[in-house]
Design a protein around this ligand. Structure first.
Ligand code: DQA
Length: 147
């Protein structure tokens, strides 16, 4: 039987991880994060798919395409976290567990980062743990899928 799929979604500017504000986001690249997530998923009997986009509509399309096909979503929406209601609405019609993920802790940063429009449609949020957070988020969805 094929393994349940976790969709890892990465929003805008996350393709620049490694070069982008390393003092905030660390030196690991997006590929490093995907590799850690894939290993964490595999350890829990899950397959991982990754989509990165700098465009809100592409992330909405990826969420729609996950419906009925993917078991869970881990999403780091980047700056879309703070205002992208179309991503909120798309996640609201996804059936499985959703975990919101951030490398940094937006709550300890600028006030405009304190609002998340994704949090109300997520089962929970992992924030502030850098690379470790990716493993934590995968573990969180695996536990939610285990019931
Ligand atoms: C981020 C936090 C957001 O506020 C920011 O716009 C990002 C990255 C994080 O992973 O810490 O692009 O989602």
């Amino acid at each position: 039987m094929s393994q349940p799929i976790v969709l890892l979604l990465s929003g805008p500017n996350l393709n620049l991880l490694g070069e982008r504000q390393p003092e905030v986001y660390g030196t690991a690249t997006l590929d490093d994060h995907v590799e850690a997530s894939t290993a964490a998923a595999s350890a829990r009997g899950l397959a991982l798919e990754h989509v990165q986009s700098n465009h809100e509509g592409e992330l909405v399309d990826a969420i729609h395409a996950a419906r009925g096909r993917c078991a869970a979503i881990v999403v780091n929406p980047g700056a879309f976290t703070h205002y992208a209601w179309a991503i909120h609405d798309a996640l609201a019609v996804f059936d499985g567990p959703v975990v919101e993920l951030h490398l940094s802790n937006p709550a300890s940063r600028e006030p405009w980062r304190h609002t998340s429009v994704v949090a109300p449609v997520a089962d929970g949020t992992v924030a502030g743990f850098g690379l470790l957070g990716y493993r934590m988020a995968i573990d969180a969805v695996a536990n939610l899928l285990d019931g």
